[in-house]
Design a protein around this ligand. Sequence first.
Ligand code: GAR
Length: 223
Amino acid sequence: MTAPLRIAVLASGRGSNLAALLTARECGGLAIQPTLVASDKADAGALRLAEAAGVPTLALNPRSYPSRRDFDLDLFARIADSGAELIVLAGYMRILDGGALQPWVGRMINIHPSLLPKYRGLHTHRRALEAGDAEHGASVHYVTAELDGGPVIAQARISVMPNDDEDTLAQRLLAHEHRLLPAVVGCIAEGRLGLAGADTVLFDGAALTAPLRLLEGQLHPHP
Ligand code: GAR
């Protein structure tokens, strides 16, 4: 048996995606060892979840640093010290400094609540509703210096219902995020996913031409 993948999780809020990873480890055999959960918000629910699970935590205050780059360099140094091999952004709401993140390209993923490249940034559910989209979804992508712009690994799709509002759409999508993120992390832990060059996602050794799709909890290449 190979060693579990050592991961650090960054989260700014309640931490339900972190909880999904921890549950998948406990109940679903996800082969991860969380080395650190870090936040830019000392009161983030994610930190309390991590403490309850016995995972080391770190809260850093951005206002204590002279610049974004200084903050991120310290954050990434502490993550490296924890022994993490992969950084998972799970509701981390701070923009990252492009230079500071460079050493982690190919080793850092983010979950974003839209079908990227649609709706980078904030208020994704509202924007999907305003555009009259029939489908909405979530994406997991490799993080690059371009905000929500790195190569997309996998997506979960849901239908937009006629009576959906921002909250119902977000709530319904979240349940799919909770399956999508552990599925992607699991494939990385098994060595089935990787980034080649600047923008080629490899799945089982083959370059993806479209994001993987989450179907019944499993990732599948788009036919
Ligand atoms: C999730 O919906 C995640 O996709 C989103 O924040 C939420 C965090 O929820 N991330 C972003 O918007 C990143 N741009 P959680 O704290 O319950 O996991």
